[in-house]
Design a binder for this molecule. Structure first.
Ligand SMILES: [Fe+2]
Length: 181
C-alpha cells in the first residue's frame, strides 16, 4: 500500500523543488504525481469549499482552488509561471494572446479533469470555467509570491485591461453572471 498523501509533505516537496534551477519541471512533476490518483488527492485535501493559500513566500505560492459549477474566473495573467493539477470536477481553460489590433485573441482551450495537469509561462493569459456539475478542485502552484505581484485582468468582450484588484474582479464576475462572459 502506498503511503496516503499528506498535505504538509506535498507543500514541503513543492517548496524544495521551487528553489532548484529546474523549478518549473520539478514542480510540474510533483503536481502531476499528486493528482495521478485523484481520489487519494481529494481525500488528502478535503473540500474547504473555497480557495485556500496553503503556502506563500518569494519562491512559491501553493493554492488549493475551488470553482463552483458554472463559475468563470475572468481572463487574467499571473506574471509567474505555474502548474495546475485537477483532482475533482472539470474545468475549461481558455488561453489568449494579445491581438496586434488591440484586445485579446483566443489561442486555445484546454479541458482538465481528474488526474490532468497543465503548466504555463509567466506571460500566459487565461480564463477558467468550471464545466462540471460538481465543484472543480485543484492544486495550483506558482513560482513566486502571487499575492504581491501586480497582475492584469481583461474584459474579453470590450478588450479592456485593468489592474487585478478585488473591485475589478467583482465587476467582471458580475458581468459574467449577466451573460457577458
Ligand atoms: Fe490563473
Amino acid at each position: 500500500m502506498p503511503e496516503p498523501l499528506n498535505i504538509d509533505d506535498i507543500v514541503a516537496r513543492l517548496r524544495a523543488a521551487a528553489k532548484t534551477p529546474e523549478a518549473r519541471a520539478k514542480v510540474r512533476a510533483i503536481v502531476e504525481e499528486v493528482v495521478a490518483d485523484p481520489d487519494a488527492a481529494a481525500r488528502a485535501f478535503g473540500d474547504p469549499g473555497d480557495d485556500v493559500i496553503l503556502f506563500e513566500d518569494d519562491t512559491v505560492s501553493i493554492w488549493y482552488c475551488h470553482f463552483h459549477p458554472g463559475m468563470s474566473v475572468p481572463a487574467h495573467d499571473h506574471q509567474l509561471s505555474g502548474s495546475i493539477g485537477v483532482f475533482r470536477g472539470r474545468e475549461r481553460n481558455d488561453f489568449f494572446n494579445a491581438d496586434p489590433a488591440g484586445g485579446l485573441r483566443k489561442s486555445s482551450d484546454v479541458f482538465l479533469g481528474p488526474g490532468d495537469a497543465l503548466s504555463f509561462g509567466p506571460n500566459a493569459i487565461h480564463s477558467v470555467t468550471c464545466v462540471s456539475e460538481t465543484p472543480c478542485n485543484g492544486l495550483h502552484v506558482y513560482l513566486g509570491a502571487l499575492t504581491t505581484v501586480e497582475r492584469t485582468l481583461f474584459d474579453i468582450d470590450k478588450g479592456d485591461a485593468m489592474p487585478f484588484d478585488d473591485e475589478n474582479y467583482e465587476k467582471l464576475m458580475a458581468a459574467d453572471r449577466f451573460g457577458h462572459g
